[in-house]
Design a protein around this ligand. Structure first.
Ligand code: AMP
Length: 578
């Protein structure tokens, strides 16, 4: 991977470039498509569709190359994972593979990660930072308290490094220099970011943040959930953190040798004065309201994804942030970045994102009011209509061509000529707490695998549903089952463990392992319960012929939740990850 010299950051220049690019969004899109096709003209995938490097016109491209989903690309990407270095989707072999959250029908989703994606990531970070810094300027030589964690990369059988997209970014040699350029150096040493134990890493992030407390300019985690989890953990462990500072000795809970050595260096001797300041601050807070500004006097804002499935965490985050502004993180995915938050003053509830026209070639597939997408062809970036919802379709430098991302967005306006969008939801996504993403199909597959255990007892699952319970910390999945007969508790306990293990989404499994998602709960309901749920919907006017049992009950569906909860006969908690 090439290590590039990172240019000095110039806020006005970055903003001017963005203005210019978005004023010419249409031309930039055409140019971006041309470059993508030119660069990858030897890709077998493109050649199979008759694209040969001379095709640069969007209309010809769209006529020749079909819309695809991750499932269609799976065989191509599998070849890369298995070590085939021929130009499959891209002209050059991909240097790494990202493990995206969400699954392809029960299998983890692999996405190519290339140098261009890394470059796009740094461009997006610079753009978003420039706009943030214009509204909330930070001090030179400050630092950011970043709750970031790099999970392990493994090497596939074919010799390709595989990891989550964030891991691929954090492990890239250009990451640190890119962060430094935008005055966002982490407080924690690298060893903490790369710690194999996330609990120890979180403790050290908190401790490092306090050691650099005067320099901390903003507080960040990719997701609002991560921020809330960090400060909930602080509530429990703050006295230990203070003792470490007072004595200048790291807690014995940190056992990873590289992390201990790096943190011991940072602690560098007793600091009773700082310890006393933090102790006084913590004890003076009422129910931890305003904890973040109390700890980090110079922090200007709190930053992370607060939209979409992160909305339920905003209230608690606001509590910790007190008067500090909450700034919504930008919109992207393992597949690539899409849009930047160029209006950082908007609250998480109002946040919108401006599509960055040189990050890829974007199409928008209209979503009808009933949620269907197949009726109308996709439209280009400058042809979208305000108020309409679309599924995002990406063509990018990393080998994705007309790839349906599966996200639904709503166009709320234009920033110059580029669409300004709101994130609405992930199509088909039903279960999500933090970085986990499971669809109806994933739930179904988990239930099917667990039902096999029940079948050994000659019992069937009559019907099922689910909901996400975030009323406890950490949140957990609840699965409701109506079954055709009675059986021993140990059989149902096995089924419960099987359900938990049945969700093989990388985000879910890693969150379960590090316990940021609690044990899955199986609730067996009385016979006839799902009939009552159906009757409830029919009473609201659903047609009996078209009725579909909701596979996930949202928290606002109080009535259905009540029917389910009132009829629970037994409950089991998974021990699968103990
Ligand atoms: P992953 O592929 O694991 O990186 O997850 C990416 C997905 O997270 C996207 O496809 C969206 O569904 C969701 N996401 C990313 N950014 C945002 C955002 N700013 N607001 C809401 N959801 C987001």
């Amino acid at each position: 991977m090439l290590e590039k010299k990172v240019e000095n950051f110039n806020m006005n220049r970055v903003i001017d470039e963005f203005e210019e690019m978005t004023r010419n969004a249409d031309q930039v899109q055409k140019q971006t498509l041309k470059e993508i096709l030119h660069k990858n003209k030897s890709a077998i995938y493109l050649q199979n569709f008759g694209i040969n490097g001379n095709t640069t016109d969007p209309e010809a491209f769209k006529a020749l190359v079909p819309l695809v989903t991750d499932l269609d690309l799976e065989p191509y990407i599998k070849r890369m994972v298995d070590g085939d270095t021929s130009p499959i989707l891209t002209a050059l072999p991909v240097p790494a593979i990202s493990l995206s959250s969400g699954t392809s029908q029960g299998r983890p989703k692999f996405i190519p990660f290339t140098d261009e994606l890394m470059e796009n990531t740094l461009q997006l970070f610079r753009t978003a930072f420039a706009f943030r810094n214009r509204d909330f300027p930070i001090d030179d030589n400050g630092r950011a308290l970043q709750f970031i964690f790099s999970s392990k990369q493994y090497i596939s059988k074919g010799g390709v490094p595989v990891g989550t997209a964030t891991t691929n970014v954090y492990r890239n040699p250009n990451f640190k220099a890119g962060m430094k350029a935008i005055q966002s150096l982490c407080c924690s040493p690298d060893e903490v970011i790369f710690s194999p134990d996330v609990h120890q890493a979180l403790y050290c992030h908190l401790l490092s943040g306090i050691l650099f407390r005067d320099q901390v300019q903003y507080v960040f985690a990719s997701f609002a959930h991560g921020l809330v989890h960090a400060f909930r953990t602080f509530e429990q462990l703050w006295e230990e953190v203070v003792t470490d500072i007072e004595d200048g000795v790291l807690s014995s809970r940190i056992t990873v040798p590289s992390v201990r050595t790096a943190m011991a260096k940072l602690l560098s001797g007793p600091n009773p004065e700082l310890a006393e300041t933090i102790r006084t601050k913590c004890m003076s807070l009422s129910n931890w309201y305003g904890l973040i500004p109390a700890l980090f006097l110079n922090a200007k804002y709190v930053y992370g994804i607060m939209t979409g499935s992160m909305e339920p965490y905003v209230k608690k985050l606001r509590h910790y942030a007190g008067e500090l502004p909450l700034v919504s993180h930008d919109y992207g995915s393992s597949e690539g970045w899409i849009a930047a938050n160029v209006k950082p003053r908007l609250s998480p509830e109002e946040a919108t994102f401006a599509v960055v026209p040189n990050l890829g070639y974007f199409e928008f597939l209209p979503v009808s009011e009933t949620g269907e997408t197949e009726q109308e062809p996709p439209v280009g970036l400058t042809e979208v209509k305000i108020g309409q919802e679309y599924e995002v379709v990406i063509t990018n430098y990393a080998g994705l061509y007309r790839y349906r991302l599966g996200d639904v967005v709503k166009i709320v306006g234009f920033y110059n000529k580029t669409p300004q969008l709101k994130f609405i939801c992930r199509r088909n996504l039903i279960l999500s707490i933090n970085i986990d993403k499971n669809t109806e199909r994933d739930l179904q597959m988990s239930v099917e695998s667990a039902a096999k255990r029940l079948a050994e007892e000659k019992i069937e699952v009559i019907d099922f549903s689910s909901h996400v319970d975030v009323s406890t910390e950490p949140g957990h999945y609840v699965i409701y089952w109506e079954i055709s007969g009675e059986t021993e508790d140990d059989v149902l306990q096995d089924c419960c463990n099987c359900l938990d293990k049945g969700f093989i989404d990388a985000g879910y499994m890693s969150s379960r392992k590090c316990k940021t998602i609690g044990a899955l709960e199986l609730r067996v309901v009385e016979r006839g319960t799902f009939r009552k749920v159906q009757e409830h919907f029919l009473g609201l006017g659903s047609s009996a012929g078209q009725f579909k049992m909701p596979r996930c009950v949202k928290p606002n569906n109080v009535k259905v939740l009540q029917i389910l909860c009132d009829n629970v006969v037994s409950r089991f908690f998974s021990t699968a990850f103990e």
